[in-house]
Design a protein around this ligand. Structure first.
Ligand SMILES: Cc1cc2nc3c(=O)[nH]c(=O)nc-3n(C[C@H](O)[C@H](O)[C@H](O)COP(=O)(O)O)c2cc1C
Length: 244
């Protein structure tokens, strides 16, 4: 088991793990991770999150139903919230980044051609088995007010993923579960005023699996950060000012 002792280690070693060992994670350990994630900041400390933790027969029953719905193309007509645009409606630069991600995962790691829809579908359906993880978590937040609660949910999710690294565990966030939220609602006591944000697979990585070699890259800080300092202020050029 790798040892993660600093926040920097946790950030640098967190990755979306898509191949897990069946090794169980004790309930007390999951509870500890959840109590750490619950230290996340939230708007006025509202803590709008709820989690549904599945293991054993409960997880197997949910997976069986999710796979049945997936294989029969019984996706919910609408998501519970607007998570992402349709595949052909992504604007740049996100469209190009998504394509690069798809190529690195499917073509370079799994040897599945980008236009091999059957092969891609075969991999995608493994989401519904939580990639073999012993623990499947469904994260929901209060619908009212939704947009701020989604920000809080993101903080909770990241904290949970980093806390897992601190315990030598791995995770994969899974928005793919939103597509089948009616199935989730049949299995779990999700309050009517909550929406499903995503799933999370949790467990020990199968480091020998070829999927465990997959890594993603990031854009440089210069590409997304703007700095305003004394020198730029003194130069008198206001950001966004029309130079004409
Ligand atoms: C909210 C959220 C939902 C995601 N949903 C899925 C998913 O359904 N299936 C999957 O394999 N990966 C999913 N991912 C993982 C992303 O593809 C991954 O975070 C991204 O490619 C960056 O790679 P990394 O996590 O390995 O650094 C999701 C990530 C986030 C944050």
């Amino acid at each position: 088991m790798d040892t993660v002792t600093t926040i920097e280690d946790a950030l640098l070693t967190r990755r979306s793990c898509r191949a897990f060992l069946p090794t169980p994670v004790p309930r007390a350990q999951v509870e500890r991770l959840l109590s750490l994630a619950a230290r996340s900041a939230s708007n006025s400390n509202c803590q709008p999150w709820q989690v549904h933790v599945l293991t054993g027969a409960a997880k197997r029953a949910l997976t069986a139903d999710l796979l049945r719905a997936h294989d029969a193309e019984r996706r919910a007509e609408a998501g519970e919230f607007d998570y992402q645009p349709r595949a052909d409606q992504w604007p740049e630069p996100f469209r190009a980044r998504r394509r690069r991600f798809g190529e690195s995962l499917y073509r370079d790691t799994l040897g599945i051609a980008v236009d091999d829809t059957t092969g891609r579908r075969g991999h995608h359906r493994r989401n519904y088995d939580f990639f073999g993880a012993p623990v499947g978590i469904i994260l929901t937040v209060s619908r009212a007010p939704l947009q701020g609660a989604l920000v809080d949910a993101g903080l909770f999710l990241q904290a949970l993923m980093l806390a897992a690294r601190g315990a030598g565990l791995h995770t994969c966030a899974q928005a793919s579960l939103i597509d089948f939220h009616p199935v989730l609602r049949r299995h779990l006591a999700i309050a009517d005023d909550h929406v499903v944000v995503c799933g999370l697979a949790l467990g020990h990585a199968d480091e020998g699996h070829r999927l465990s070699a997959h890594r993603t890259t990031r854009e440089s800080v210069a590409s997304f950060a703007a700095f305003y300092d004394s020198a730029s202020y003194d130069s008198g050029v206001a950001p966004g000012a029309d130079s004409a």
